[in-house]
Design a protein around this ligand. Structure first.
Ligand code: S3P
Length: 430
């Protein structure tokens, strides 16, 4: 049973330095590539969140040897062709990335597999991945005409496709690229708006090749990958909660170390700067496979802004916390072109608008986003997380500025991406 939590932070300020845990997207991919590749892969800075542990569990069921010691992971694999057919269902928990990317990987094996996840996964659209994979020859069956989990996959020889993405989605792009790795010919994915490129970057780390030119990604089938070392930077999507907290809690200054600042993910930094936040970004290693930075933020006078177009995929996971940020900014903030929020762990437009309204925010839903008018003094209340980690953390950051406590129905779901979230809140609260 989920535990409710009283969040009571009267008159606090935030002060100090933290290192947010490893990037969720990169942690998933490190296991996937380590399992596909032949040889030993070592990973440092791995995120021990529930989603990434689901990925590990699935690959163990496929016979891949994976050892976890703290945030260091070692993967020993004889390569994708040596995986064994699992006797059990592969359980992907709450993780869309695990479910969708694995669909692309498993489609090109010789194995029969069945995948399912929790209630939230059971509602998330899978045809956006299964349909292009079917064009490659994949044999995938699923509930409700192939749309939802449980999914059954009979691995088969795939052929390359040239696919234009109907939605901006790194999960769809990555699933096709991972399938393309096993397919005959050159698979091409065309993106109108660039989504996160961790798959493309990591493929190169494992000795593979992929070309990216003006939104056109090409991958040759039949490539052999070799085990390597992957260093996972801190997750900018987790850092976002503390960047916003630092900006909206009075008299605060927070430093976040080792934050991944891959340009396909760093839209939150652009938004904070545009809204007038006191933020400094010190790039540490620009030439790393995934660049990192130390970021410092101080309490700030904020102005409303419009967030739309091709920045949306660069901050899609940060929109719940950006909505809270906007409640403290002067004027109107408009978020458009963000309909993808409706098919995340929960409908995040409904969830964010409903919960922030309960605290007195001036926020309304639109067809493809939301409109927020600020600044508003927020009060406490009883909030729901909808079992969604990012809604849970948005509620917790809101509680730092409410004049009375917030009661959050399920704080445990935060462990999906940030198991040490409340330890970090407590370390910063003064
Ligand atoms: C992810 C891609 C995004 C993001 C999710 C992780 C990934 O989803 O929302 O949290 O690791 O590829 P979409 O690609 O569906 O937008």
């Amino acid at each position: 049973m989920p535990h409710s939590k009283i969040l009571d932070y009267p008159n606090v300020r935030l002060q100090g330095t933290i290192e947010v845990p490893g990037d969720k997207s990169i942690s998933h991919r490190s296991i996937m590539f380590g399992a596909i590749a032949k040889g030993k892969t070592t990973v440092s800075g791995f995120l021990l969140g529930e989603d990434c542990l689901s990925t590990i569990d699935c690959f163990r069921k496929l016979g891949v040897e994976i050892d976890v010691e703290g945030t260091n992971v070692t993967i020993n694999s004889s390569g994708i062709h040596e995986w064994k057919e699992p006797k059990e269902v592969l359980y992907t928990g709450n993780s869309g990335t695990t479910t969708r990317l694995m669909l692309g990987i498993l489609a090109g094996t010789t194995l029969h597999t069945v995948m399912t996840g929790d209630d939230s996964i059971g509602k998330r659209p899978m045809r956006r991945v299964a349909d292009p994979l079917r064009l490659m020859g994949a044999q995938i069956a699923g509930r409700d005409n192939g749309q939802y989990t449980p999914l059954a996959i009979q691995g088969t020889q795939l052929k390359a496709i040239d696919y234009t993405m109907p939605v901006a989605s790194a999960q769809v792009k990555s699933a096709i690229l991972l399938a393309g790795l096993q397919a005959e010919g050159t698979t091409i994915v065309r993106e109108k708006e660039v989504s996160r490129d961790h798959t493309e970057r990591m493929l190169k780390q494992f000795g593979g090749s992929v070309t990216v030119d003006n939104g056109v990604v090409s991958i040759e089938g039949g490539q052999k990958l070799t085990g390597t070392h992957v260093n996972v930077p801190g997750d900018v999507s987790s850092a976002a909660f503390f960047l916003v907290a630092g900006a909206i809690v009075p008299n605060s200054e927070i430093t976040l170390q080792n934050v991944g600042v891959n340009p396909t993910r760093s839209g939150i930094i652009d938004v904070l700067e545009k809204m007038g936040a006191q933020i400094s970004v010190q790039i540490e290693d620009e030439n790393a496979a995934e660049p990192t930075a130390t970021i410092t933020i101080q309490s700030s006078q904020l102005e409303g802004t419009t967030i739309e177009g091709d920045i949306i995929p660069r901050l899609i996971d940060e929109i719940p916390i950006i909505a809270l940020l906007a409640t403290q900014a002067k004027g109107k903030t408009i978020i458009r072109n963000a309909e993808e929020l409706k098919v995340k762990e929960t409908d995040r437009i409904v969830a964010v608008v409903t919960e922030l309204q309960k605290l007195g925010a001036n926020i309304e839903a639109t067809e493809d986003g939301m409109i927020i008018e600020g600044p508003t003094k927020l009060h406490g209340g009883q909030l729901k997380s909808y079992g969604d980690h990012r809604i849970g953390m948005t509620a917790a950051v809101a509680a730092l500025i409410t004049d009375t406590p917030v009661e959050l129905d399920d704080a445990d779901c935060i462990a999906v991406s940030y198991p040490t979230f409340f330890e970090h809140v407590n370390a910063l609260v003064h």
